[in-house]
Design a protein around this ligand. Structure first.
Ligand SMILES: [Zn+2]
Length: 235
């Protein structure tokens, strides 16, 4: 597997790893290919053809004519789209947090909420989307504010289940920042549920993951949930 990404996917990965206008943002694809980091999906003509044939097969199986005007380019579009929607697999977490963790003497809760995200449910390959709220209590180190939505994006642009995504975001911050605690709440609407009528339309699923003080201290958890204007769950 080559480590060269399609340009559209490379662009998304770059965006997640770097701030727009960030200094030193000059990474050539060759450089990335050389550092041994596995970047996954490749510009691989055989693989591309296989995916496009598979999409064509789905169209046929559903009684469509893949050769008709509106569908002729659909297999190609779908292939490119899935590569974009799963570009989070190719983000290097080290590049993402690079230079953004700062020693700061601040120990109050930091809350970033209303972070929009779009993900794909791994059971149906249909979107689920909503908002994430992320909070932590620093222990001498903070992370640049703009990086938190990027972390959410890195995990949401994959095939996911909401519970796992919520935990991954929390675990990542805990591991990288080693704060006194982390709390993550994700609220999302799942098209596989809404479109298929399993649940009522408009049903929102809420997941949370709390670590450190957010788990052990009721007051911390209560403070976090009061920022979100909702009652804390009992743990
Ligand atoms: Zn699903």
């Amino acid at each position: 597997m080559s480590s060269k990404l399609d340009d559209n996917v490379r662009h998304l990965v770059d965006e997640m790893e770097h701030e727009i206008g960030e200094d030193g943002f000059e990474v050539s694809s060759d450089e990335i290919a050389g550092d041994g980091h596995v970047l996954g999906i490749a510009v691989d003509p055989e693989g591309d053809a296989a995916v496009e044939n598979a999409v064509r097969q789905i169209l046929l199986e559903n009684g469509e004519d893949p050769a008709r005007d509106g569908l002729r380019d659909t297999p190609k579009r779908v292939r490119r789209m899935y590569a974009e929607l799963t570009s989070g697999y190719h983000v290097d977490p080290d590049r993402l947090v690079n230079n953004a963790i700062l020693d700061v003497d601040y120990s109050e809760m930091v809350v970033v909420k209303d972070i929009p995200f779009y993900s794909l449910c791994e059971h149906h390959l249909l979107p689920f989307f909503g908002q994430a709220a992320v909070a932590y209590i620093p222990e001498g180190r903070v992370i640049g504010l703009s990086k938190i939505p990027r972390i959410v994006e890195m995990y949401s642009r994959r095939l996911q289940v909401q519970e796992r995504m919520t935990k991954q975001i929390a675990d990542f911050l805990m591991e990288r920042l080693q704060p006194r605690g982390v709390g993550v709440v994700v609220e999302a609407s799942h098209l596989c549920a809404v479109m298929r009528g399993v649940r009522k339309p408009g049903t929102i699923m809420t997941t949370s993951h709390v670590l450190g003080l957010f788990r052990s201290a009721d007051r911390t958890r209560a403070e976090f949930f009061s920022h979100l204007e909702r009652r804390p769950p009992t743990i």
